[in-house]
Structures are given as structure tokens and as C-alpha cells.
Design a protein around this ligand. Sequence first.
Ligand SMILES: Cc1cc2nc3c(=O)[nH]c(=O)nc-3n(C[C@H](O)[C@H](O)[C@H](O)COP(=O)(O)OP(=O)(O)OC[C@H]3O[C@@H](n4cnc5c(N)ncnc54)[C@H](O)[C@@H]3O)c2cc1C
Length: 381
Amino acid sequence: MDLTFNERETAFRDELRQWLADNDPGEAPKDEDENYKWRADWQRRLAEGQWAGVHWPAEYGGRGATITETAIFFEELGLANAPLPANVLGLLLAGPTIMSWGTDEQKERYLHPILTAEEIWCQGFSEPEAGSDLAALKTRAVKDGDEWVITGQKVWTSGAQYSKWCMLVARTDTEVAKHKGLTYFLMDMEQDGVQVLPLRQITGEPEFNELFIEGARVPDENVLGGVGNGWKVAMTTLMNERAGLAFFLQVRLRQLLDQVIEAAASRGLLDDPVVADKLGDLHLRAEIIRLTAYRGLTAIEKYGVPGPEGSLTKWMWSDTNQQLTQFAADLFGPDALTSGNEWAYELLRARGNSIEGGTTEILKNIVAERVLGLPRMARGN
Ligand SMILES: Cc1cc2nc3c(=O)[nH]c(=O)nc-3n(C[C@H](O)[C@H](O)[C@H](O)COP(=O)(O)OP(=O)(O)OC[C@H]3O[C@@H](n4cnc5c(N)ncnc54)[C@H](O)[C@@H]3O)c2cc1C
């Protein structure tokens, strides 16, 4: 892709810069619930300015931004130190999946409240015995008239405590091959059959949850992409997760790296060859991730859906973020490990990066088999 800006792109950037200058998100509240409300409010303001879904087509309330404009958008958000919108799973996962597979009624019903953060979404895929091997999931959906009755357990459901809707994959047929018996549902979380129990992470915050589903009801019209087609629909969500989230997160990586460079400079450490060498290496990695994320966006523009290359960006990002936060801890010494310190949080939170959104081992398998075309690994050996 061509990374020099034409007149239209420069105008887009200037308009966004002005908007960001006029709409300072302010200081992030420390309390988790307050922080969440603050990010929801930020997303509402983005939506009012028509900036919430720049990459969404205009017919669905987005700006229909080109790839370069989308890249400018993310970079400028990073420069402005703006927070992630509250409904990040709605914007990056649920929205694009509904656009790809939804009926006109579903698009009309669900897309707008995603943009405005009026309705928050969570992702109900993983189960206690089905993570990497998603097709092994056991949550059952049984037809009862024109409704489905859902029973089972999900785990690691991020943001479920704030969510109105869940992208839920459940088993509707036990007689066929395991990935053929799945169906993708849009499940209302606000019902008696759904219980959300928080799980506390190493950072101390309950970012994700267990979901106990006991006879929850989902009407027929909330099946997405057809009964028995859940595997394909779920793959659309996962490809969007890896490509889209990696783009958001590479901007965050750059912010963190700039903070480390600044802190090293203020301690007079930039002339230390070990520090300079590591910072140079991290800078190079951050640039490679940025440019690879652009390539991912180009694939979306060309083919309409993200390709398996998104797995590469997600893998490189998690690896680099873990190295960066470890290096920051080495650099700042015990200061970085004091409870409540931002770097202690970043260091601990980064441990989950190589698990969430697909583990590094699984991503390596995808890159090997689907990007490089290497022979499939013999399963069970
Ligand atoms: C911060 C965070 C947020 C999350 N949010 C959500 C969410 O919102 N919704 C949701 O549904 N899930 C979520 N998850 C769950 C996440 O998707 C799973 O943890 C992940 O898919 C791995 O599944 P698992 O934990 O069951 O590990 P397992 O699949 O049991 O894997 C255990 C280990 O075995 C390795 N392994 C497994 N299979 C293979 C293989 N074929 N080849 C090589 N190695 C293999 C894995 O890499 C891993 O190291 C979240 C996880 C984290 C950490």
C-alpha cells in the first residue's frame, strides 16, 4: 500500500486531529467500573462525531474509510493517548460478523447500538474443556418451538459483566462431526438463565468471567448464519479478532514503547549500549508489526474479510509486548513492581497476551499451515 497521504487523507487527518483536540477524554479513572463508564462515554462521543466505526461501511453507520484513512485513525488515536472504546468486542468482532452473516433485520437491529456503546457485547466461545479446540465445546442448544434452550458453561468471558449480548457458539447436533454440529447465537444476557461470576486475574482485576447458562432462551431469529453453520461464522469472528485487535494493540504498544524511551532518556540511560540495543530492537519490532497490520487491512479491502495473516500480527504483538514490559521492569527496578504502579500492571497483564485471542502455539500452526502452506501436523502424535 502507498503510505504517502493524498489531499483527501490529509484533510481526514486534520479533521480528526481537530476533533481529538476538542474532545479530550481526560484522565482515566482508577476504579475499574468507573474506568469502564468513562470508556463507554468516550465511545458515545466518538459515535456522535461519526468516529466510532471509521472502517465500517457508511450504510451501517461507519465512515467507509479507506485502508489508509483507517490506519491514520488508529495512529492519531495513539498519538492523542486516547483509550480503547468500551465496546471493543462489539466494534471489532460482533459488528463485522453480523455484517458478513446477518440478515437485513439483524443488521438493522444490532449494528447501531454497537457503535454508540448502548449495547455491549461479549464473546462466549471458550469452555472449561474447549479453548484452543473450540469445536470440542459442550454447551447445548435444543429446539423448543420457535426458540432454542441453552445449557452449559462458558469461561474467560471478557466484559460479560457489562454486556447486553453474547456471541455464543453452542452444539445443536451431536450426531455429526464435531465442528459441523455447531450454531452461532446472539444471546440476550439479561435473563434468569444466564449467571455471570467474575474471575480475578493476576493483575487483581476481574476482567473476565465464568458464564453459567441454565435453560437460557434464544429465539430462532437470533441464529446467525444458519443452524449448523456455527464453525464458519465463529471463524469470521476469530479472524476479525486477530486482525482488528492487533491493529488497535500495535498503537498501544507504540505508546508504551515511547514511554519507556522517555523514561530511559530521563535517567540518562540512552547511551548505555545494552539499553540502546534493546530499545532499537523493540522499535524495529513495533515498526514491523505496524506495517504487517497495514498489510492485514489491505487484505480486508481486497477480499472483504481478514486473512490468516492476522494470526502473524497477533503472535508478534504478544511476544513483543511481553518483552517490552519485562524490559521496562528490568529498567525501572523494584519501582516497576510496586503494587498499583502502572508498569507492574502492564507486566502482569502482558502474561495473558500469548493466550487470549488464540495461543501462540495455535497461531504458529495457523501461520505454518494456512499462510506458508506447510503440511498439516499429524494430530495426536
Ligand atoms: C485475558 C484473556 C481474555 C479472554 N477472553 C475471552 C473471551 O472474551 N471469550 C472467550 O471465549 N475466551 C476468552 N479467552 C480464552 C482464550 O481464548 C483461551 O484461553 C484460549 O483459546 C486457550 O484455551 P485454553 O485456555 O482452554 O487452553 P488450552 O486450549 O487447553 O491450551 C493449553 C496449552 O496447550 C497448547 N495447545 C493446545 N492445542 C494445541 C495444538 N493443537 N498444538 C500446539 N499446542 C497446543 C496451548 O497453546 C496452551 O499452551 C480469554 C483468555 C485470556 C487470557
